[in-house]
Design a protein around this ligand. Structure first.
Ligand code: AMP
Length: 311
């Protein structure tokens, strides 16, 4: 039982209608790890610069995350992302992306990262994702991506997708990637490239799971206050894959996949309650268990159709 994640480790500047932060810990691999760490041993792989200090390492270590494969580049600056959201929090607008140490990043997995049973290729340049996938011996591999790479590296992204088991992407990005306005068809087309399943993340509306012959969906948790959606997708992926790694079952039963979808939804719903990683850092087992139970009750349907009236 172990999980390696490769992705961005970042400082984020974020503005939402409810406030802003000039510099906070972020990055796809960081959000993912903090969520997955509730379920399994996580190893983070990715570069950081001199500006990534003990306080940042501590956030990860406190959750028991293995940071020994974080590569510190002397003289470099950590990846930086600036973005904002309007009242429709489902759409992130990127204002600035500074790749910094990611510009020259050549991922090399250590023996223990290579041997992890589960691998998550969080959102980074798709050629890097593919290089990592080639080095890994994982039995279960997930991948996320974003509009930037669909625009600038579509063929590379399709090659990376063909090499994984599960694609977890936003619904709008799945449509954009496949140029297919219908989500069911878009998911089917992605599965035809090679993956066993697709998870379409739909922001506040929830998430849907497509396999070749089944479908399952959950609504978003009905939150009254959403402060910052940054990292929700990665927290979802962390809950989903972290749980699946902990059951270590190659077959992946429907029940396990549904539980994974629920843990993904639980972790994502907490993530958006405060800025950046603040809420997930403070999260307790009791809070996760209670929200899981709320999802169970909220979505339970154990009834039969009635006899309909004839004309
Ligand atoms: P999401 O789960 O999609 O909201 O992911 C948000 C995180 O993605 C932020 O913490 C950013 O640091 C990170 N991010 C934004 N743009 C990129 C990019 N081009 N490559 C890698 N990570 C990114």
């Amino acid at each position: 039982m172990s999980l390696t994640v490769v992705g961005s480790i970042a400082f984020d500047a974020v503005r939402t209608p409810f406030g802003e932060r000039e510099r906070m810990l972020g990055g796809s691999a960081v959000h993912f790890s903090l969520a997955a760490g509730f379920f399994t041993g996580v190893k983070v792989v990715g570069p950081v610069g001199d500006d990534f200090g003990e306080a940042e390492y501590d956030v990860l270590r406190k959750r028991g995350i293995d940071t020994s494969d974080i590569e510190r580049v002397p003289g470099g600056d950590t990846f930086f992302w600036r973005g904002h959201y309007e009242y429709d929090l489902n759409v992130a607008h990127t204002d600035d992306t500074q790749l910094n140490v990611f510009g020259d990043f050549q991922p090399k997995l250590s023996d223990s990262s290579r041997e992890a049973e589960t691998l998550f290729l969080a959102n980074i340049q798709p050629d890097l994702q593919f290089q990592v996938r080639e080095q890994s011996q994982a039995r279960l591999v997930g991948l996320d991506s974003m509009n930037l790479w669909i625009d600038t590296a579509r063929d590379s992204l399709r090659r990376a997708i063909a090499s994984v088991d599960i694609v977890l992407m936003n619904d709008a990005e799945l449509r954009m990637l496949t140029e297919q306005p219908n989500l069911v068809r878009a998911a089917r087309e992605v599965i035809s490239l090679g993956p066993r399943m697709v998870v379409a993340k739909q922001g506040e509306y929830g998430a849907a799971l497509f396999t070749a012959d089944s479908f399952f969906a959950l609504p978003g948790y009905p939150l009254e206050e959403v402060v910052d959606p940054t990292g929700a997708g990665d927290s979802f992926a962390g809950g989903f894959l972290g749980y699946l790694d902990s059951v270590a079952d190659d077959e992946l039963s429907d029940q396990e996949l549904r539980r994974a979808m629920t843990y993904g939804s639980v972790l994502a719903s907490f993530n958006v309650e405060q800025f950046g990683t603040e809420r997930v850092q403070a999260l307790t087992h009791g809070e996760i268990n209670r929200r899981f139970e709320e999802f169970r009750l909220m979505t339970h349907l154990d009834t039969q159709p009635v006899e309909l009236r004839s004309a």
